[in-house]
Each structure stands twice: as structure tokens, then as C-alpha cells.
Design a protein around this ligand. Structure first.
Ligand SMILES: [Ca+2]
Length: 498
């Protein structure tokens, strides 16, 4: 324990977490984890303390049949601290600072400042060297692995997410009402948005609808940049890693966005609008988001108005063919601290535990819950039992392909979303910065990016002219942006040559 305490203290000095409030430190003092003894008894279940995120209102119960099943299958005894999502990051920071680490924990935002420093300071095991000896983990998604990796080291198992996930969601019944075809190009997006605004798609004789619901994330602009042949966040152009807004065609996308606001196809209140709200109120007929939102975000709307048909579109033609905006390919990592797991024997046992979560029957258990209680199997498909709460927050332990294991019995839209995402993985445009490190970006990248986002908002609202937009880019470059480009590019060249 003394060794691990010293390590943690050293890290505190590095990361400057010492400034954390006393109450935060005290909050995590109530859970003591013991240093692992070498487990020589094969018969004894592996005891694991785990910190995991809780996204639902109530944490899973200690007598959960899902917990029992996991323990049975993996021969473990799990002591899980469920921490609500709203306070999760603070709790992790406080736990690291206090040196009372669990054996396994979920880390969010592992490329952002605080967690990046923790990883670089050696708080967690580098799992990369151990993957080759595993059965399932060695087959994890390459994109997911590369994007979660920091300078060749993988400080946790990334939870895989589908790549080609972003696209357009729209009212198919409005489209049919107006005799229009599903969109195949950016021009079609504009045409449909205009018709939804001007041609009374709901046929109530009132001018009370508009085309595209946007919010402060300006997701449409991000997708337009990709369709125009530009970057998803950051891309590789002429040997340099540069941001989307420095691509030559980005300005045309920005101008199209502005035109759609001027013509009221996009609501001008988008910086303060709530995502989904206008769509669910049947005021807007299109929005841009992850495609699976089409499945889960409009169930109440469809109950209220059975005429509503929600559809998706993703394959837009552009100068470089069809492209789709990709996710990072992963969402959070499952990390093993060195202080709580000082010996390699136990480390390997925890890796084996995680490895086993990536195969049946645990894949389906983590996805759907207990067979017979939460779902039944019909024609090799999982049919959710009415009233079942499914696997709930146990899903957060799942690291492998979300579509692996038994497939659910799907509605038409569920099947379409899944098939579209799977078949378009080859046209997914990834964000190059996700797998790269730049000290300047870690330090002030988000602050610099915010100035650009503000300039985008002001430009499309007509508060900034061409010169103002050019000035914003120049300021970004001189305030550290050029430095970030150099550092990302250098890191890219190093990584590519390895
Ligand atoms: Ca109308």
C-alpha cells in the first residue's frame, strides 16, 4: 500500500488535483479497497471492486439476477460502486486523488486534460501488451483501439461504438404528402427542407412548419462539411492534420447553412433550441443526429399521432462519393489502476474477466438481461418481454460490438438503422484527432475551438461578415491553432511510421 500511496501522491503533484475541495476528497473516503493478495487458490472466486457509471435513476440492486449470472459465469465476486452519471467524472478524479482506487473502473473523456494526465502519469496499466494473449479482446475494433490509444499505450479497454452512426432523420409521411423522393445529395436536403417550410407538409392550411431543427451543436454543418469532401472535426490534407474549417469547401457549407437560416428553413433560435423539441411538436420535419435517435426519441410522438412515419437517410453523394460522419468508434474505457492491482497475476485475471464479457452468454446478458425474465428467443431473435427493464445499467460493462450476440426482433426502422450503419461503415469518415495527441490541444484546444464555434453561429445569423469569419480563423491560428496543427501532424507521422 505504501508504494501505491507514494505513486498516487506523485501523480497528484503532476496533475494539480491537490486543489480539489476537501468535501470531494472526503466523499470518496468511505470505500476502502484492499490491495490484492496473490490469488493462489483456483477454487476461490476472483474478488473485484469496480466503479461503474449509473445512467438510470436507480442503481442495479445487490441481489440482481444479472449480477449473479455474471459472477457465476466468470467465477468472480463483484463489489460494484454505481456512481450517477452527473457526478461520475468528479468522483473519478476524487478517487484518484485520494488513492482509494477500485480494481476496475470506467474512465470517461480519456483524451481530455485531467484523465489524459492521469494516464500519462502511469496511474493505469497499459493493456496493449496483454491483448495478444486474449481470446476476444485481441479482436476488438481497430478503429476503437487506435482512437483510445495514447502514444502506443492503451490504458483501458475501449467500449466499441458503431462508426457510421450520424445521418439525417426526417418525416417520411411529410415527404410522401409532398410527392418528394428521399434525399440523395446535399441539394436534395435543401429542396426537402424548403418544401417542408413552404408547402404545408402537414396539410392543415397553415404556414406553421419549417425544414430543419438544429441546436447549438450545429450537427448539420458538421455533416455538410463531411459530404462536401472535408473533415469530420480534423482531417488529413496535403500531409497535414487540419481542422474542418480550414478545408477549401467548408465556407460553401457555412454559406449554405446561412442561406437556410435566411430562408427560415432552419430556425434562427437554434443556439438555444432543445434537441428533438420542434420535431416532436411536429413543427420541424428534419434533424441531423445519430441515426438510432429515430428509434428512441419519438415514441410519444408516434403514440399521439399514428400518421407519423420517421425515416432515416445517410448515403449522400458528394465530390468524393458517398461519405458518412463517423463517431470516435468508442465511448469510454475500462481501466485497471496500478495502485489497487499492483501485481501482474491479478491484472491478467481482470483482463480475462473482461475478455469473457465479450462472448456468449455474457454478450446477450449485458445487452438484454436474463433469458426468460427479460427476453425470450424466437427464431434466433431476442424478443423483449413486456414490462422488463432489460439489462439496464449492466449494459455499461459491455465493451464489444454492440451488434454482436443475439439480435433483437426488430421493427422496420430498427432494422433499417442497423443495416444502414453496418453497410456504411466503409464510407465512415473518422476524426483524425481522436487518435492523436497535441499538448497545445490538450491545454487550450477546446477554448480555441469555442471561439470558432461562436464565429460560426454569428456568421450564419448575419452578425459577422466574410472578413469577420476570416479574422476568427486567423486568430485561431495565431493563438495556438497553428501549433496544434504542427503537433497533431508530427504525432500522426510518428504513429504512421510505427
Ligand atoms: Ca402547415
Amino acid at each position: 500500500m505504501i508504494t501505491s500511496f507514494t505513486k498516487t501522491k506523485k501523480w497528484i503533484a503532476v496533475a494539480g488535483i491537490a486543489s480539489m475541495s476537501i468535501s470531494m476528497l472526503a466523499a470518496c473516503g468511505n470505500k476502502e479497497t484492499t490491495s490484492a493478495a496473490v490469488n493462489t487458490n483456483e477454487e476461490k472466486p476472483l474478488e473485484l471492486s469496480v466503479m461503474m457509471i449509473q445512467q438510470l435513476a436507480e442503481p442495479p440492486k445487490n441481489d440482481s439476477p444479472i449480477l449473479q449470472k455474471i459472477q457465476e459465469e466468470t467465477h468472480t465476486k463483484l463489489d460494484i460502486t454505481w456512481v450517477p452519471a452527473s457526478s461520475y467524472d468528479d468522483k473519478v478524479s476524487a478517487t484518484i486523488a485520494a488513492g482509494t482506487m477500485p480494481d476496475l473502473l470506467l474512465i470517461r473523456r480519456n483524451k481530455e486534460s485531467a484523465m489524459l494526465q492521469a494516464q500519462n502519469a502511469g496511474v493505469f496499466w497499459d493493456l496493449a501488451p496483454y491483448l495478444k494473449d486474449t481470446k476476444n479482446l485481441k479482436n476488438m475494433s481497430e478503429v476503437s483501439k487506435n482512437n483510445a490509444t495514447i502514444d502506443g499505450q492503451l490504458f483501458g479497454i475501449p467500449r466499441e461504438r458503431v462508426l457510421a452512426r450520424y445521418g439525417m432523420i426526417f418525416r417520411k409521411d411529410w415527404l410522401d404528402q409532398l410527392g418528394l423522393q428521399p434525399p440523395k445529395s446535399v441539394d436534395d436536403i435543401y429542396t426537402i427542407a424548403k418544401a417542408f417550410t413552404e408547402n404545408d407538409p402537414d396539410q392543415n392550411g397553415k404556414n406553421d412548419t419549417f425544414g430543419i431543427q438544429e441546436d447549438s451543436t450545429m450537427e448539420l454543418l458538421k455533416q455538410l462539411a463531411v459530404y462536401s469532401g472535408g473533415a469530420n472535426g480534423w482531417g488529413l490534407k496535403d500531409g497535414k492534420i487540419i481542422p474542418d474549417f480550414m478545408y477549401p469547401d467548408f465556407k460553401a457549407s457555412l454559406d449554405l447553412y446561412k442561406k437556410m437560416i435566411d430562408e427560415k428553413l432552419i430556425g434562427a433560435d437554434f443556439p438555444i433550441a432543445k434537441k428533438y423539441e420542434y420535431f416532436n411538436q411536429e413543427k420541424a420535419g428534419i434533424y441531423f443526429a445519430v441515426l438510432d435517435d429515430a428509434i428512441v426519441r419519438h415514441t410519444d410522438l408516434m403514440k399521439q399521432n399514428p400518421a407519423v412515419v420517421v425515416d432515416i437517410a445517410q448515403n449522400f453523394e458528394g465530390p468524393q462519393g458517398e461519405r458518412a460522419r463517423a463517431t470516435l468508434g468508442y465511448d469510454n474505457i475500462l481501466a485497471i489502476p496500478k495502485s489497487s492491482v499492483p501485481d501482474e497475476g491479478k491484472l491478467k485475471q481482470i483482463i480475462a474477466f473482461l475478455d469473457q464479457l465479450g462472448e456468449e452468454p455474457l454478450q446477450s446478458l449485458l445487452m438484454y438481461g436474463v433469458e426468460g425474465t427479460d427476453y425470450t428467443v424466437e427464431d434466433n431473435q431476442a424478443v423483449i418481454i413486456a414490462g422488463s427493464s432489460g439489462s439496464g445499467d449492466w449494459k455499461n460493462f459491455k465493451w464489444d460490438d454492440p451488434y454482436a450476440g443475439i439480435t433483437p426482433k426488430e421493427t422496420e426502422i430498427e432494422a433499417k438503422v442497423k443495416n444502414t450503419i453496418i453497410s456504411n461503415s466503409g464510407i465512415a469518415v473518422i476524426d483524425y484527432s481522436a487518435g492523436l495527441i497535441s499538448a497545445t490541444n490538450t491545454d487550450k484546444g477546446s477554448e480555441l475551438r469555442k471561439a470558432i464555434t461562436d464565429a460560426q453561429v454569428r456568421y450564419v445569423l448575419g452578425e459577422l461578415d466574410d472578413k469577420g469569419w476570416e479574422d476568427a480563423i486567423a486568430k485561431w491560428r495565431s493563438s495556438g491553432g497553428d501549433q496544434i496543427i504542427e503537433e497533431f501532424t508530427a504525432n500522426y507521422n510518428e504513429t504512421a511510421s510505427k
